[in-house]
Write a protein that binds this ligand. Structure first.
Ligand SMILES: *Cc1c(COP(=O)(O)O)cnc(C)c1O
Length: 359
């Protein structure tokens, strides 16, 4: 059976979004964050479109391997660093930068018999309380690292915001101040800003910015799409209508009969379900787009299929394409219907969806 589900990835939109980041942070280098297979868009294709980034940020050494295998030569930063001594050999072989966020990692580096200098990003906890050394230790740690023969003297220091997508939260300014105080007099490159801070906190740009979501055109808050900020959506997810039926008032549709037709109703069935990564939590009312106009999901999303309202589309026929998100249907609106964020939706598109590149 051929599937009709297509995720079309716009390479020009990726390039536009990188340029937009450079306009917003003109004095900073850009570490393009491509973890989770480029936020679900495909690591290699995203990196190819973003080849002019100054560095790539990945979650795992395996992603660094994929990027080196595709010929990328810029710095590649493994954001969660090393887990065991064997990782160090692999990191050196691939010439990857490592983030050090914990004393156990520091001990591994110190015990490493290989004398070649590693490029290190020291990660500080300034308030997120996830990864990082306490910010008050920054000075002592930098001095210690600079004495290690295994560490390249060109050190970088980074931290991560806990709530930068809510610009009014005072924790953002508090984190920025802690970071500035901890790193002020240190001979290091600094990096603090993720996507939201690139937009809202120019004082936090420092030498390196680390955009993820913005590169993919993703919005930062439920009520703000990437387009509102001058970014272009990169993923366009669509599929085909494979059946159309008409039902009488009172008939129930789909699993659990979760939707009851309030009047005679024309219903289309689309080849798209949670097996493709379309969120099951989108229920009746979730937005879809047909012929440029909005319609809605009816009842429960199943594994391979979902039903949509065609009452106001008497002209639509089997075989027509339906947009699930992308272009003029922001993925943020679908995410809101599923009570999640756009990042989770693009990351969740599954392997059985056909990915196409829009050059
Ligand atoms: C994921 C991640 C980013 C990018 O975050 P966005 O909000 O998508 O811009 C930046 N830095 C670190 C350490 C990350 O893990």
């Amino acid at each position: 059976m051929s599937r009709s589900a297509i995720a079309s990835i716009s390479l020009p939109a990726l390039q536009h979004n990188l340029e937009r980041v450079r306009t917003l942070a003109p004095r900073s280098k850009v570490m393009a964050v491509v973890k989770a297979d480029g936020y679900g868009h495909g690591l290699e294709r995203v990196a190819r479109a973003l080849a002019s980034a100054d560095a790539f940020g990945v979650a795992a050494i395996a992603d660094g391997l994929r990027l080196r295998a595709s010929g990328h030569r810029q710095r590649i930063v493994v954001l969660s660093g090393i887990d065991e001594p064997a990782d160090l050999a692999e990191v050196r072989r691939l010439d990857l930068d490592v983030v050090l966020h914990h004393d156990d990692q520091l001990a591994m580096v110190k015990a490493d018999p290989d004398p070649r200098p590693l490029r290190v990003w020291l990660k500080l906890d300034t308030g997120m309380h996830r990864l990082g050394f306490p910010h008050a230790r920054a000075g002592a740690l930098v001095r210690q690292l600079r004495e290690l023969p295994q560490v390249h003297p060109d050190l970088s220091v980074m931290s991560h915001f806990a709530n930068s997508d809510v610009p009014t939260d005072p924790v953002n300014a508090a984190q920025a101040t802690r970071f500035d105080l901890a790193t002020r007099d240190l001979p290091v490159a600094r990096s603090l800003a993720n996507s939201a801070a690139i937009c809202h906190m120019p004082g936090a740009h420092h030498e390196w910015v680390r955009p993820g979501g913005l590169l993919y055109g993703l919005g930062l808050a439920p009520d703000q799409t990437g387009s509102d900020l001058g970014f272009k959506p990169v993923m366009h997810l669509s599929s085909k209508i494979i059946a159309i039926q008409s039902f009488a008032a009172g008939e129930r549709i789909g699993y659990a009969g979760a939707y009851v037709c309030p009047k005679p109703q024309r219903v289309g069935v689309v080849a798209m379900g949670y097996g493709d990564g379309y969120p099951r939590h989108v229920g009746t009312g979730g937005p879809v787009l047909i012929r440029g106009r909005r319609s809605q999901v009816l009842g429960r999303v199943s594994m391979d299929l979902l039903s949509i309202d065609l009452d106001e589309f008497p002209e639509v026929r089997v075989g027509e394409r339906v947009t699930l998100w992308g272009d003029s249907l922001p993925v943020e609106h679908v995410a809101a219907a599923a009570d999640t964020i756009s990042y989770e939706l693009t990351c969740g598109v599954t392997k059985r969806v056909m990915f196409l590149e829009q050059p």
